[in-house]
Write a new protein. Structure first.
Length: 321
């Protein structure tokens, strides 16, 4: 089969190589899955760089979520068992963790429904307890993780403010349904949020960026607000001033979605059921900006790493619909 492999750590565009290799062999409790679509995630870039919390042995294949088919014909969502990641013709995955792919979504959309939307749902509902009528501020609102949070925030009845970088991404965020879009390159985030909320600030902040985005969030979070720490796409991990959280009476809440797979797998399945319903209703629909052939995977991962993409880029090894 064909698979993209990383033999040394570095930038995705430099270290990913498309090679012919043997199909992976399922272990106990695992199943072989033929990949129909593999979604590109920022962790794929971190894996290539050797900066992810999981460091598979070299060589490995990146790709952390796929839509594919099992040998008995089931169409499923899977998180491949590294080092055999999703940018390949076949992967192995734990049978117990497979989820049925929603019929309302095609392969590329289904692949993009998994980690980003699960992260958004658990973050907004389980960790931040977002309520109808509250104001949700989403950083990187036109990206894969941010666009999911925007849709889920709207589905929860929140007023959604999206922060983006540049006019092209601003147009994407508006199309997603943000009530207000702030271009961080030309506008003052803090002033715009306070103006839009009558000085109150944002009740919940969804931050997959870190760095300066977090610093701005702390200045415009509301009384009893919650800043949801989802990731650090900027490459800068902020060091919050706890005295500031005390004085302004807000919470800093972390989310590591992967822990739910081991600590509470039933909650993951219940969340998938809810997401499937929302997809069937048309309330959520993953924003797939590009569908690229297998040969374009390394370039796609590099663009996500560089922050130049919008929505989700999905790799189609073949046979996708």
């Amino acid at each position: 089969m064909q698979a993209w492999r990383v033999h040394r750590n570095g930038e995705p565009g430099e270290v990913m190589r498309l090679e012919e290799t043997d199909r992976p062999t399922p272990g106990d409790g695992q199943v072989l899955v033929e990949v129909r679509a593999a979604n590109v995630n920022f962790p794929d870039a971190l894996l290539c760089r050797g900066q992810y919390q999981v460091r598979p042995p070299l060589p490995f294949t990146p790709g952390v979520e796929v839509c594919g088919t099992t040998g008995d014909g089931r169409r499923v969502l899977a998180t491949p068992a590294l080092p055999h990641g999703g940018f390949a013709d076949y992967v192995v995955a734990d049978e117990a963790a497979l989820l049925p792919a929603p019929d309302a979504l095609d392969d590329a959309e289904a692949a993009a429904l998994h980690i980003g939307y699960q992260t958004g749902w658990f973050g907004l509902h389980r960790r931040a307890r977002l309520q109808p009528g509250e104001t949700l501020l989403v950083h990187a609102a036109a990206g894969g993780v941010g666009s999911a949070a925007v849709q889920l925030g709207r589905a929860a009845g929140a007023k959604v403010i999206g922060v983006v970088g540049g006019q092209e991404k601003a147009a994407v965020a508006r199309a997603l349904g943000c009530d207000l879009v702030i271009d961080r390159r030309s506008e003052d985030i803090v002033a715009a949020v306070k103006e839009a909320t009558g000085g109150r600030g944002a009740d919940v902040v969804y931050d997959p960026v870190g760095g300066d985005a977090y610093a701005k969030s702390a200045k415009c979070v509301a009384f009893e607000g919650r800043i949801l720490v989802v990731g650090f796409a900027s490459g800068v991990i902020p060091a919050p001033g706890l005295n500031h959280a005390l004085v302004k009476n807000y919470s800093v809440v972390g989310l590591h979605w992967g822990l739910y797979n081991t600590k509470d797998p039933a909650a993951v399945r219940a969340c998938h059921d809810e997401l499937t319903k929302l997809a069937e209703q048309g309330t959520v629909k993953p924003l797939v900006s590009e569908r690229v052939a297998m040969a374009g995977a390394a370039d796609a991962v590099q663009r996500v790493a560089d922050g130049t993409s919008t929505g989700r880029i999905v790799v189609l090894p073949g046979g996708a619909r």
